[in-house]
Ligand binder design. Structure first.
Ligand SMILES: NC(=O)C1=CN([C@@H]2O[C@H](COP(=O)(O)OP(=O)(O)OC[C@H]3O[C@@H](n4cnc5c(N)ncnc54)[C@H](O)[C@@H]3O)[C@@H](O)[C@H]2O)C=CC1
Length: 505
């Protein structure tokens, strides 16, 4: 039981945890893999040790999970919103109570710093609490028609929804997808990234403990194959996906075959515009928040930092000073602010981007190297020093492609008109940001940037009340906020005749 792994967390340190519990969950319990074949090792990023083995679910297991979700859906969808809310609030309470233990387990599997993981878990329970609050408000409309006839609409769930997650926010993504789904009366089968399989099943156990019907939130483990089984399954009504653009396109294609609804939360290469009238210290802090959370592996990061030419020297001096001072190392230590990247291949990929940037003429002002902490147990970890690149141009690879690592590209600009054009010259459109003291400019820039979010005088804050999602290739549909109810429900119109049928025939 998860209790046991969570209960070992208070004393756990980096490099000491192994997980042998099975990581699938349906019918209200952990389920052993049917066959222990095609095992994939799951690593602890801070040490490079094997944390556990992942056994991908095949078609029979996926089918079993979906059927168990469907049975739960039939019970759950008949409850009043207020009844669902009560169970969800209990789940939120349990998460809040175990927050530090869950955060620790998340760090061991993901490599991010404990301070950040604690925030992630807080955002997860807040999201469940928020949608619990909305569950009781779901309602339709009443429309009067001629002759006393009338119509009304019912907001109904979709059925079994599939959630497919990325590895950068494992527990939080599972909460962001399941909370609105469950609030609307749906069930969910969730597939975490095969690199971070460990905490979604803790969420499943907590929902169960809070009182959801068995099967309401299931976890199937696996990679692309298991994910495509979910997308193709005829009993899945909707797929909500977080991940890369190429995979998102495949998910949409597969879902189209069954006319399933999709929400796609994909990658980005977001611009951050810093005008010369900005409060410089805040702008610098904003640029760090826009680039270095979760070792830079954040989809909405503002990795193209456009700085107005007049303030470039002061900005660079301050940003480099603060970047060099980021405490890097054992992610379970409270003082650490940057941990390890998710995997060796991801680390190598990010380092290659830095090399490529140098070849194309960028100047490394700091970082961009592999980092070996002095603690011997961290020698095999996937660490690199956070990097600031100067002398960047819009046509460079590091400015055009999503790096998904701690690499900030800084570019000079002269005018507002010019920088908006350059900022929008991308196929992505997830987020954007602007620092300025000029209130009219701030709103004008926000209006003109082609992105799903624009942060004014801050960056990367994501309160659960606020919708989150992309423009252009960064996807569509939204997570968080009231609007997400629309993406997990459908409207039924009921038309009521009060007189005789006026037939044309
Ligand atoms: N917009 C957003 O909210 C976020 C976007 N991302 C994006 O995700 C990427 C990094 O995450 P990864 O896990 O490497 O992305 P990925 O696209 O490789 O995988 C995402 C998920 O899809 C699954 N998957 C892979 N192939 C599949 C297929 N053919 N059918 C169904 N499922 C499949 C994976 O197993 C994983 O669970 C980055 O590009 C990043 O920008 C990451 C986090 C948040």
């Amino acid at each position: 039981m998860s209790q046991s792994i969570l209960d070992t967390m208070p004393g756990a340190t980096t490099g000491t945890v192994s997980i042998t519990d099975s990581l699938n969950f349906w019918d209200g319990k952990r389920v052993k893999p049917r066959e222990e074949k095609n095992a994939e090792p799951v690593f602890e990023p801070a040490t490079g040790r094997v944390l556990c083995q992942l056994f991908p679910c095949g078609s029979e297991e996926v089918d079993e999970a979906i059927k168990s979700a469907h049975a739960a859906y039939q019970k759950w969808s008949k409850l009043a919103g207020m009844e669902r809310a009560r169970v969800m609030l209990e789940a939120a309470r349990i998460i809040r109570e175990r927050r530090d233990k869950i955060a620790k387990l998340e760090v061991i599997n993901n490599g991010k710093s404990i301070t950040e993981a604690q925030v992630d878990i807080d955002i997860a329970w807040q999201c469940i609490e928020y949608y619990a609050g909305l569950a009781g408000t779901l309602a339709g409309q009443h429309i009067q028609l001629p002759g006393g006839a009338f119509a009304y609409t019912r907001r109904e769930p979709l059925g079994v929804c599939a959630g497919i997650g990325a590895w950068n926010y494992p527990f939080q993504i599972a909460a962001w997808k399941s909370a609105p789904a469950l609030a609307c009366g749906n069930a969910m089968v969730f597939k975490p990234s095969p690199m971070t399989p460990v905490t979604a099943v803790i969420l499943a156990e907590i929902y169960k403990e809070a009182g959801v019907p068995d099967g309401l939130f299931c976890v199937v483990q696996g990679g692309a194959e298991t994910g495509s089984l979910l997308c193709h399954h005829p009993m899945v009504a909707k797929v909500s996906f977080t991940g890369s653009v190429p995979t998102g396109k495949k998910v949409m294609e597969m879902s189209a075959k069954g006319v399933k609804q999709v929400t796609l939360e994909l990658g980005g290469k977001s611009p951050l515009l810093i005008f010369k009238d900005s409060e410089l210290e805040n702008a610098v802090k904003g640029a760090l928040m826009a680039n270095f959370l979760t070792q830079g592996q954040v989809c909405c990061n503002g990795t193209r930092v456009y700085v107005q030419r007049e303030i470039m020297p002061q900005f660079l001096e301050e940003v480099v000073k603060r970047t060099k001072a980021i405490p890097l190392g054992d992610p379970l230590l409270n003082d650490t602010r940057m941990g390890a990247l998710i995997s060796k291949p991801q680390l190598d990929k990010v380092l290659r981007y830095v090399d490529q940037a140098k070849k194309e003429g960028a100047k490394v002002l700091c970082g961009g190297d592999p980092f070996v902490p002095s603690d011997p147990k961290l020698k095999g970890g996937y660490f690199m020093s956070p990097c600031v690149l100067d002398n960047c141009r819009d046509d460079m690879t590091c400015v055009k492609e999503e790096i998904f690592g701690p690499v900030m590209s800084v570019l000079p600009f002269d005018t507002e008109e010019e920088v908006i054009k350059r900022a929008n010259d991308t196929t992505f459109g997830l987020a954007s940001g602007v620092f300025t003291r000029d209130i009219a400019r701030a709103h004008r820039v926000a209006e003109n940037l082609e992105a799903g979010t624009c942060f004014i005088n801050n960056y990367n804050i994501s309160p659960v009340e606020v919708p989150f999602g992309g423009y252009k290739n960064s996807g569509f549909g939204r997570e968080n906020g009231q609007v997400t109810i629309e993406y997990y429900s459908q409207l039924k119109t009921v038309v009521v005749e009060m007189g005789d049928v006026d037939s044309l025939f």
